[in-house]
Design a protein around this ligand. Structure first.
Ligand SMILES: Nc1nc2c(ncn2[C@@H]2O[C@H](COP(=O)(O)OP(=O)(O)OP(=O)(O)O)[C@@H](O)[C@H]2O)c(=O)[nH]1
Ligand SMILES: [Mg+2]
Length: 399
């Protein structure tokens, strides 16, 4: 069935692309991604962990973010879109503008300097509450990630209701007051007072509609470098980053955290069962160096893996090892009090003496051995979390 609300010759696209927003993009691939990540963490394959994180964040960065520009007809929505895109109203792919009602069907436009971001020019909303509901349905408000409500000349209750509806959908929105050039030209008040009055009037309407203060920008679409336009672009940049990466980032962090905790529990059971050699590959469970190496290998935190990951990330292994406690057994004993106690000469001599006591000696020394292993495990698991957090952060910053 054809959608009558959509422009037939919209410049970029008139209907939503198959992958709508990062929420959808993520959910399409999230299950497979999560499983791959869990598997790689369980196997201690750090390089594979990095690949899964990289792939997931690549999907997030290439999935379109949809921004709806809405308001009442004639408020200057299409002109604002052209201004934000840095083009005039008569260029080939500019949004049509005019003094009479011009935009009848929605259309999307790319936003230069903001890759994979679509600005949607919506027809103006009608003015009754029943129509507002229909408008929200027809314009498919649920599909957008961010809203820009345009107002000019008069901030009406309709604008406030629109804000309230978007807020109830738990979506982010800005209020943009446009045609400021006309206000400044025709107003009798000084600029400072006029700006204050406009802001106060908008906030009063929003307060009546029980909407708390959203980001508010006062602009003229004829001066797209002045007034609040630079502030608006900065805010948009930050919010688009958040919209794009927050969900996937959270999900990846949670999966890493959960998988590592599960792995610690699994290994603790093996320690309790004293399966040092067969499961953990530790020949001498009293050799601190051997134990550390074995646990680091199980978590993919061994020197070779860290080196490979550093190469993949375009950095040096030092960037990671400097954050870790486990690569250096002497440092572990020095920095970590429990470890220092468990490995000190007096304690070792005491444990050796215990072993020679019949019946009681072995259980007590086994207890201390388990305690030492669990502590090493804790240190290595903590290192893994620190390194994964750094990898996640580095990937998101370098985008
Ligand atoms: N002075 C001034 N005029 C503006 C500004 N923005 C828009 N206009 C004018 O306002 C009129 C309506 O602008 P449009 O951008 O077409 O408005 P719209 O909200 O898209 O309206 P429809 O598509 O018709 O619903 C046009 O004549 C624009 O030139 C502005 O910042 N300053
Ligand atoms: Mg328009």
């Amino acid at each position: 069935m054809e959608d009558s609300t959509v422009a037939p010759h919209a410049p970029l696209s008139a209907s939503f692309p198959a992958m709508v927003s990062y929420h959808t993009g993520w959910s399409l691939s999230s299950e497979a991604g999560s499983m791959d990540l869990e598997k790689a963490l369980a196997q201690g394959n750090l390089l594979e962990v990095v690949s899964v994180i990289q792939e997931t964040l690549k999907i997030a960065s290439s999935t379109p973010v949809n921004i709806a520009v809405t308001g009442e007809s004639g408020n200057g929505m299409s002109t604002f879109i052209n201004a934000l895109r840095g083009i005039g109203h008569e260029e080939e792919d500019s949004a049509p503008t005019g003094v009479v009602k011009t935009t009848h069907t929605r259309a999307s436009y790319s936003l230069p300097h903001f890759p994979n971001t679509l600005l949607w020019d919506l027809p103006g909303m009608e003015t009754t509450p029943q129509n507002l509901e229909r408008y929200i349905m027809e314009m498919e408000f649920s599909q957008y990630d961010l809203f820009i409500i345009i107002a000019s000349e008069k901030f009406s209750m309709n604008h406030a209701m629109l804000a309230r509806t978007i807020k109830s959908m738990r979506k982010k929105f800005y209020i943009v007051w446009t045609k400021l050039d006309t206000d400044l030209r025709t107003g009798v008040l000084g600029e400072e007072q006029l700006l204050k009055n406009i802001q106060a009037n908008i906030l009063e309407h929003l307060k009546k509609a029980q909407v708390c203060e959203p980001p508010l920008f006062l602009v003229s679409s004829f001066d797209s470098l002045f007034h609040d336009f630079p502030k608006l672009r900065d805010t948009l940049k930050k919010d688009l980053f958040y919209i794009r990466y927050h969900g996937p980032h959270q999900k990846l962090s949670n999966t890493c955290e959960k998988s590592l905790n599960d792995k610690v529990m699994f290994l603790q059971e093996k320690i309790n069962a004293h399966s040092f050699q067969d499961t953990l590959g530790i020949r001498d469970p009293d050799d601190l160096m051997q134990c550390l190496d074995a646990y680091r290998l199980l978590f993919g935190m061994d020197d070779e893996s860290v080196e490979c990951v550093a190469q993949k990330m375009g950095t040096t292994a030092m960037q990671y090892t400097a954050l870790m406690k486990s690569p250096n057994p002497r440092a572990v004993s020095r920095i970590d009090c429990t470890m220092a106690c468990l490995t000190c000469r007096v304690c070792q001599a005491f444990l050796n003496a215990l072993r020679s006591i019949p019946v009681l000696g072995n259980p007590i020394s086994n207890y201390f051995r388990r305690m030492k292993h669990k502590h090493i495990l804790k240190i290595v698991a903590k290192d893994s979390k620190v390194i994964l957090r750094k990898i996640l952060k580095d990937f998101t910053i370098s985008d």
